[in-house]
Design a protein around this ligand. Structure first.
Ligand SMILES: Cc1ncc(COP(=O)(O)O)c(C=O)c1O
Length: 374
């Protein structure tokens, strides 16, 4: 048997990781400015995380969603308190795509409508509805293409209004800061206008915080900067620091009923333990404040480099735009300087998505390597 070969791989085999470092089988130490694609929030192998998951595994690792699970209740309370979304309801699942899939399905149930408005350059995952609302025809199979989706440019409120006016739209789904699309973000005026239009047309506003949530931008959620109240918020990546867990936060106006949504693994004991330890460390180590501080330091340094044409994103969801394709630069950073970074749909954008524990001296190491390569 062999693996289904869908991932182009770098020839590096990490065998161990600690905080912002990853070590390969030869003992080479890499600075992780990629966070396994924005997943590592509290740092690799955080002691609190290891203890909490190990203790949980030694107690009970899994049982189905047909029994009481006090860890889910603990997670709801802690998440509500730390995110500021206390009046929302939580549904737990296992990944970002699954979170968006459930968000879209719930919007359709709630409004009894079936079309969706999404944005150009968006990415929402690879399951049925999630991939249909993703702006990348290459990953949309014919079976997914039957979903009825309109794409408009991020920021174009007039286009949004036209689509909402004429159509049977159950949801607008938006990444407040686009991830893989290239870190574009519109204005507060746009996001607030979007919310108003959704309300007017009985359409739910789904904010995809799979990548930007859980403190990555320095706020708990990226939408909070724009002072809006989404109907559904989807989350995943940073939520479990690598343990597979996703979820949606659901506005209190949307009512639950038995069987409306469901999953076997979602909200299992181990996943809840992982996410609880993430929340505890985010709070005790003030990692959102750290994200803001280190981000400011990074942006200042980046702005002083003439080859950097634009610094994009915010918090620790950042990108440097050059006027050349960054793939060679990225390889040099990995193989010669032992620094992991990320790429984007925009071939000129180098993405920086480190663990939220990163310090200014790590940023200095990166800029010294960059200076040498430029
Ligand atoms: C904004 C956004 N939404 C959804 C997803 C899909 O998440 P997953 O890969 O966990 O299904 C991703 C993954 O990169 C993402 O960045």
């Amino acid at each position: 048997m062999s693996l289904f070969n869908v991932y182009p791989l770098f020839d590096i085999t990490p065998v161990r990781a600690k905080d912002v470092y990853v070590f390969d089988e030869k003992g080479i130490k890499y600075l992780d400015l990629y966070g396994g694609h924005a997943v590592i929030s509290i740092g690799h192998s955080h002691p609190e995380y290891i203890t909490k998951i190990s203790e949980q595994l030694n107690t009970i690792g899994f049982y189905s969603n047909s029994i009481q699970n006090p860890l889910q209740v603990e997670l709801v309370e802690k998440l509500g308190q730390l995110s500021g979304c206390e009046n929302y309801q939580l549904f737990l699942c296992n990944s970002g795509a699954e979170a968006n899939e459930n968000a879209l399905k719930l919007a359709s149930f709630h409004t009894n409508k079936k079309k969706v408005l999404s944005f150009k350059n968006s990415f929402h995952g690879r399951t049925s509805a999630a991939v249909a609302v993703t702006d990348n025809p290459k990953i949309v199979a014919p079976i997914n293409a039957q979903q009825n989706v309109e794409f408009v440019a991020l920021g174009d409120l007039e286009a949004v209004e036209k689509v909402l006016y004429n159509n049977d739209i159950c949801a607008v789904i938006v990444e407040v800061i686009q991830g893989i699309g290239g870190l574009d973000e519109s204005t507060s005026e746009f996001y607030q206008g979007l919310k108003k239009l959704c309300k007017k047309h009985n359409t739910l506003l789904i904010v995809d915080e799979v990548q930007s949530g859980f403190g990555r931008t320095g706020d708990f959620f990226a939408f909070q900067k724009h002072n809006i109240e989404p109907d559904i918020i989807s989350m995943a990546k940073g939520m479990g620091n690598g343990f597979p867990i996703g979820g949606i936060l659901i506005h209190p106006d949307i009512k639950a009923s038995f069987g409306l949504l469901g999953t076997t693994f979602g909200g299992n004991h181990l996943a809840c333990a992982a996410s609880l330890s993430v929340l505890k460390v985010l709070e005790s180590e003030q990692l959102m404040q750290n994200a803001k501080d280190v981000s400011e330091y990074f942006i200042k340094k980046a702005q002083s480099i003439p080859e950097v044409k634009a610094v994009k994103g915010r918090g620790l969801m950042l990108g440097l735009e050059f006027d050349f394709n960054i793939s060679e630069l990225r390889k040099k950073l990995i193989f010669e300087h032992h620094i992991f970074t990320g790429s984007a749909k925009n071939p000129n954008l180098l993405r920086i998505l480190p663990p939220l524990t990163i310090q200014k001296h790590h940023i200095d190491v990166f800029f010294e390597a960059l200076r040498q390569e430029l």
